[in-house]
Design a binder for this molecule. Sequence first.
Ligand SMILES: *[C@@H]1O[C@H](CO)[C@@H](O)[C@H](O)[C@H]1NC(C)=O
Ligand SMILES: *[C@@H]1O[C@H](CO)[C@@H](O)[C@H](O)[C@H]1NC(C)=O
Length: 319
Amino acid sequence: MRTSIITSVLSAVTAVYGYADPMACTGVCTNAHDPALIRRDDGTYYRFSTGGKIAIHSAPSITGPWTYKGAAIPAGSKINLKGKDDLWAPDVTKVADTYYLYYSVSSFGVQDSAIGVATSTNLDTWTDHGATGIASSAGKNYNAIDGALYWDGSKFVMSFGSFWSDIFSVGMANPPLNTSGSATTPIAFKPEGEHAQEGAFIAKNGNYHYLFFSVGKCCGFDANRPAKGAEYKIQVCRSTSATGGFVDQAGKKCTEGGGTTVLESHGFVYGPGGQGVFYDPKLGPVLYYHYVDTRIGYADGQKKFGVNAINFSSGWPVV
Ligand SMILES: *[C@@H]1O[C@H](CO)[C@@H](O)[C@H](O)[C@H]1NC(C)=O
Ligand SMILES: *[C@@H]1O[C@H](CO)[C@@H](O)[C@H](O)[C@H]1NC(C)=O
């Protein structure tokens, strides 16, 4: 009897951790760190990623073949901070007929950071506008990187942050070139250790706003891999407000360490993170992210683009 209880517990665990492999990907599927995914009305998919002054790749379908198209901001950012020639963590949103690309100007491990914005009408050529007004320096309780724009039904909000006191939100004007005020609200925090939480992205499903984020060590796995489980993984909380009240599936507040794991290392997938959610006209909601394909290699430049369909039928995202 004891054995059968253990067996059923084990099979429940297997079901919970039974992540689907990423969908097929052809063409240039590496160079995909912190991806942002969007589809143009003509059906062409665009992927933006960290490095190369925001690398642009495009493809005729979500699975490829992906082709490198150049840098979004080839002259570097107008924001005069160290890192203006090495832009991170793009986020792309279409508002009316204009695409808005948010990027981070920073350098590793410091708070001298800012979120910048560029616009485009075709996703190929971009005009940099520089500062959004979201910035940080030593002494602030956040690091102004990893911005992601979200329309909550009545206003634009930007989630941002990385380490220190983790994830915050700030109101954005319409059109969303700048903040609408200076008030920042904490929305997620991991009290333990280095507060390794970043890369937030809010998406709507049903009555809830879902806050996805990455937890753990992101990078440099070729030089140094952390203890098992301390590498990047993707978690989620949800709320009926886009600016607070996020809790995980167990009801734990996201500002007090809450977070339900959506995707973590499994099979050949190691350290998935830098995620976003995209509503595909054919596939419905998909989670996209970067990961190490252990069959290829652990270097940051080898990070691969992953896509999984999301099943929200339980009220929580399952991939
Ligand atoms: C946004 O506001 C900041 C701070 O007021 C300002 O420096 C910046 O130029 C503004 N950016 C845009 C794109 O209007
Ligand atoms: C979504 O998950 C539920 C179980 O939670 C399952 O019954 C349903 O078939 C799944 N939907 C799809 C499209 O896979």
